[in-house]
Design a protein around this ligand. Sequence first.
Ligand code: ASP
Length: 357
Amino acid sequence: MLSALPLPTATDATDRTAPRLLILYTGGTVGMAVNRHQELVPMHFDKLDRKMPELRQLPYRLELLALPQLIDSSNVTPADWLQLAWLIGQHYADFDGFVILHGTDTMAYSAAALSFLLEHLNKPVVFTGAQVPVGRTRSDATRNLLTALEIAAARHPRARTVRLPEVGVFFNDILIRGTRAKKVESQQFAAFKSENYPPLARAGINLDFNDKSIRLLPAARLRIHDRLEEKVAVLRLFPGITAAVVEAVLSVPGLRGCVLETYGSGNAPTAPWFLACLEKAQQRGVFILNVSQCEEGRVIQGRYETSARLSSLGVIGGDDITTEAAITKLMFVLGLGLSETQIRQQLSQDLRGEITL
Ligand code: ASP
């Protein structure tokens, strides 16, 4: 098993009252340096505390676990998500909270995937990263990591219960639910947006939690899921899309699920060839989840004539879900080995706060 490395902090490692936090380092800009071709590549930082001396002042017991294969998050795969979920399961009892250092490019997908894989999560799992690598002038790495750790250690002031029993993404100054995050910016520090849901916390001079938006579920034992269906696709509509393109995507051999990115409140062409393609896919057993290309609002199938036929063709309305959460939800639900009725039911239901019913 991969072993975690203790990081020196202001806290005596034997002080059992200090929160014990595990940092899982997967790669990403946060820890990148330039190679001889002047390209940014992930680097090992087992001496993280040397790069971020501020860590030494923290009142926490910190450990760092770097994955053997550090990656730019554009290379992340469902196998990585299963590994992260498994690692959290392995260390769940020993730590009060987890921070995952991850590249920003696919952080929203990974956070959504982990939200689905970790059922009945009752401890914080906070994703963070940086736009500028640690050690560089004006890097946002230390600031993001320090606040992510504070969030992972946070407890309700009076009851001392866990403040964030969810997967979240902390970036720049907002904490976003794992199933609601979207990367919206590649040049500025405010890289993420909380889509269709209020942020769970804001970090200014104080760290202000928005407690009423945080999910509080009845206590249950953590269940780590270990299967994701990879035979899924995303089909984004655009005016002028041809039958050949739609047909090519929907007839991929073995395809089990497809996110259909539609217009506005879930509208799509009414051209007979298009509806016929959907019908054929449906007959082949492909589950189609209707997600809007709009950043705010929701899918309401049947509101316009242009979405009325979708429901009768078996297309499932995705409500106000993001594409990132929709594709990972499809992978998760289709990996559960359920019947067709159960799959439809699960896809229409709110599983991890990804839709507002
Ligand atoms: N390409 C990088 C990654 O996602 C970008 C970043 O971390 O900001 O790994």
